[in-house]
Design a protein around this ligand. Structure first.
Ligand code: ADP
Length: 225
């Protein structure tokens, strides 16, 4: 196993096809620890596919993809690759936070319950510790007064900030954002970008698919897809 040596994501010649259609034609990039990389490009250019490969929601067809010095989805032994079992994939995925365009909150759970669910049920952390963390995170995203609100009682921007808090509650080492503001009314975009800007300032490593050129220019290094 390689040491992480300050590189959080490393892709070399990463390819992915859907049938005959090549969505990724050899992606080479690195994301340093603490870096914010914004992926910009036309719809259909493979940005979202690449994000999904990073946390193994999609399987790479060829090339090498590593997160924090470890191959994504495979174990290497004597120069051969062996696919990881589902449980091992889940363990690794738990270290990567993902925020989707359409929030994907659990509709029957309050903001507080959405944020506390995975750390308790997936990581087996103590309820008291997680509850305290959830309150702090919801406060940090500006929703201290919305702990008991259900998703349908919140605006899109508020839901997206709950989704960010939910991802952070797992204490990930890497955060992936897939067009996090594209589904929002324009007046709600700013608060979400503000939370993301704060995360970047605190040194979170982030890969962000976005059309927000201002944000990308100001906060991140950009890569055209
Ligand atoms: P982007 O995020 O840059 O808009 P995507 O990664 O979503 O691009 O998609 C890249 C291409 O791959 C698109 O042409 C899309 O239609 C195709 N694609 C994405 N996911 C699938 C899938 N699950 N099955 C078949 N084709 C897909």
């Amino acid at each position: 196993m390689k040491a992480s040596s300050g590189v959080m994501v490393s892709a070399e010649g990463v390819r992915k096809s859907y049938g005959l259609f090549e969505a990724l034609r050899g992606v080479d990039l690195t994301v340093a620890t603490g870096e914010v990389l914004c992926l910009i490009g036309p719809s259909g250019s493979g940005k979202s596919t690449f994000l999904r490969c990073i946390n193994h929601l999609e399987k790479v067809d060829a090339g090498r993809l590593e997160v924090d010095g470890e191959l994504v989805g495979y174990r290497e032994h004597n120069g051969r690759l062996y696919e990881l079992r589902d449980r091992e994939v889940c363990t690794k995925r738990a270290k990567i936070g993902m925020v989707f365009q359409r929030f994907n909150l659990f509709p029957h759970m309050t903001a507080f319950e959405n944020v506390t669910l995975a750390p308790v049920s997936v990581k087996g952390e103590s309820k008291a510790v997680v509850a305290e963390r959830a309150r702090a995170l919801l406060q940090r995203v500006g929703l201290a007064d919305k702990l008991d609100a259900y998703p349908n009682q919140l605006s899109g921007g508020q839901q997206q900030r709950v989704a960010i808090a939910r991802a952070l509650a797992m204490q990930p080492k890497l955060m992936l954002f897939d067009e996090p503001t594209s589904a929002l009314d324009p007046e709600l975009v700013g608060d979400v970008l503000e939370v993301m800007r704060g995360l970047a300032e605190e040194g979170m490593t982030m890969v962000v698919v976005t059309h927000e050129m201002g944000f990308a220019r100001e906060v991140g290094d950009t890569l055209a897809f």
